[in-house]
Design a binder for this molecule. Sequence first.
Ligand code: GDP
Ligand code: IMO
Ligand code: MG
Length: 445
Amino acid sequence: MKVLVVIGCQWGDEGKAKVIDHVFDSGYTDCDGVNYGGAKLVFRYQGGANAGHTQVTTDGKKIISHTVPSGVTRKGVYNLLMPGVVIIPDVLIGEIDGFNSSETVITPDNFGIGGRVGITLECHRLEDGWKGGSSINADLGTTKMGIGPTYTDRARRIGVNFAEFLNEDSFRRALDRNKEKSGRDFEIDRYLKMYAGYRNRLAPFLVDEADALDRYAGDIAIAEGAQGIMLDGENGSYPFVTPSSPVRLPVDASHRMGVVKAYTTRVGEGPMPTELGDPQQINTDRPDQRLTEEETRRALDGDELLMGRLLRLKGGEFGATTGRPRRCGWFDAALVRYAVKIGGIDNVVLTKLDVLSRIPKLQVCTKYELAGVPTGIPMDRFGWYGLEPVFEELPGWEGDIRSARMFGDLPKEGRGYVDFVEAAIGRHIDLISIGPKGEETIVRK
Ligand code: GDP
Ligand code: IMO
Ligand code: MG
């Protein structure tokens, strides 16, 4: 099997689903000549309902998937959840029903859930702050999807698998063990009753993941990463991370494609050296808002808070899962240089370059310094706070670039920005995304 893995290299929301759309629409050939446009399988290998992946069709329809792989919108493509993923049964059913009321129909013919996929129970969500529950990780700003408690139970060997969930006897016994070892006080009979309907709905999707993978052994596949390397539980900005690992794959990848936004965003808490403005002040922005002319002028004149808001409002930077305003900042090459190394990234896709149009002066962080001495990505969580990002200023460009299809169609300054970022991160940028639709992409070999 030839596997293209699509991995975010910042703090998530880099445009992973948009890039997968482009690969299906126009193909993507790696340096060994493998073209992934004809992929027959898309699988997810980590994360769950915390992810929010947006595809925009040619006629402008927005499709957001959370747990279901982005390939469901494509005819003849099988979509698989591998172990490493966790599901919230009722939330997943809601997602499937949402798709089924549109043109995309999800059936066992195009979607399968591996029996060893983890189950997020009601208690996990409550412990993650859902419905006002108190969470030991409230200071991380999680999505409240129960992700942390589900992976914690899994590591403690008291979790519940999808196959067990489907079998009433196994489910009862797994719940018994969970209750005994965790000291939780949920009522097992209430859980069995509450989940019975969900079990019936999801049962047809059960597959043995090894057999499902093996069916596509001679085919081309796409592994759809969720989150991003800086949120990776092992390699990210710990402890401000998600517990799963976008870097670690269940099968060998033949090509590792890193997705990188032309500026930086982050949802939730944690360090962000190039953030523009005060994170305490962003929470009132709404997607339908625009800056006034006066505010735009002040942003372009160097008001950092307003520049952060300009990027947020222009880039539509609001969480696809929680709707939270994303924190925004200048491009951080020091961060991405680390991420592409740890992620074994072959080539990079630079997304959302169009959002930077009409900003006369662009800043790129090229390195960090600590008390004037160059330093790398902190290994010690407390090392982030005294960091000074060092910026280089680049000229921006005037016009709209969304109709560009060749690198040469970009204004000189736009090409200069891409060349500069490429040199600063140490990886070739072979795709440039200049709009949310699959076709709004420049191929730069
Ligand atoms: P993902 O989680 O990595 O799939 O990314 P999200 O869907 O959470 O966030 C990316 C957002 O940017 C979505 O609203 C996309 O439709 C949009 N998007 C993706 N690429 C581009 C681009 O090149 N330009 C613009 N303007 N929007 C883009
Ligand atoms: P996609 O796949 C952006 C963030 C949360 C929080 C931290 C931990 O769309 O890129 P969790 O609920 O996972 O325990 O929260 O991780 N987070 C994301 N941020 N995009 C995502 O997914 C994210 N999934 C989790 O905001 O800071
Ligand atoms: Mg997202």
